[in-house]
Design a protein around this ligand. Structure first.
Ligand code: SF4
Length: 189
């Protein structure tokens, strides 16, 4: 019964994700993933059953509620900005004043903060006109905060939009739900 509730909640969360515009998350990950999500929605929906992502969603839910009740944070704040013909869309986990908060879960604490997360925080600083974004890592070995004050320029974002290198990072294929059908998958021993 609890499994049904959690899976149905995860499916609803997934369906909330709009398909219009270019999402900040699309700019920091393999560009093929979004194509596959649209082409193979069944495979995409199956991601709701992955225990690791369920854990990540529950951590987000808990920490966001705590930030809202203790610090009066705005939660899951959506924003969009236009650069020429492109609409950039984001949904940051929380905002307090002009400080953004982005929650990250990870299986390990090696090399945190990750490069793509720092890039995401820099894009949020631009998109929401923030002074800084705090990356909050929840891992089995460490709970740590990292402050990112830099921001991307419109030029940086345009470069990310046209960069179709797939994957963007070699390690992405190891954790990708679409690896089972992807011709670009990188196999590493
Ligand atoms: S397997 Fe690799 S290249 Fe293919 S979609 Fe996934 S991350 Fe991208």
């Amino acid at each position: 019964m609890i499994t049904e509730i959690v899976i149905s909640w995860r499916l609803k969360e997934l369906e909330k994700h709009e398909r219009d515009g270019i999402w900040v998350t699309d700019l920091i990950r393999c560009p093929l993933k979004r194509e596959f999500e649209e082409k193979y929605p069944e495979l995409y929906r199956a991601t709701v059953f992955t225990p690791n992502t369920i854990l990540g969603s529950l951590v987000h839910l808990g920490l966001e509620n705590l930030l809202s009740s203790e610090l009066n944070a705005e939660i899951e704040v959506r924003a969009e900005k236009q650069i020429g013909e492109y609409k950039i869309v984001g949904r940051i986990d929380a905002i307090i004043g002009r400080v953004g908060i982005e929650i990250k879960t990870s299986r390990a604490d090696i090399e945190i903060p990750y490069e793509h997360h720092v890039l995401q925080a820099k894009i949020y600083n631009w998109l929401y006109d923030l002074e800084k974004t705090v990356l909050v890592y929840v891992t089995p070995d460490r709970f740590a905060e990292y402050i990112v004050e830099d921001r991307t320029s419109e030029e940086d974002i345009l470069k990310l939009i046209v960069d179709k290198k797939a994957p963007r990072y070699d390690w992405e294929c190891r954790y990708c739900h679409f690896a089972v059908i992807c011709p670009n998958k990188i196999r590493k021993r």
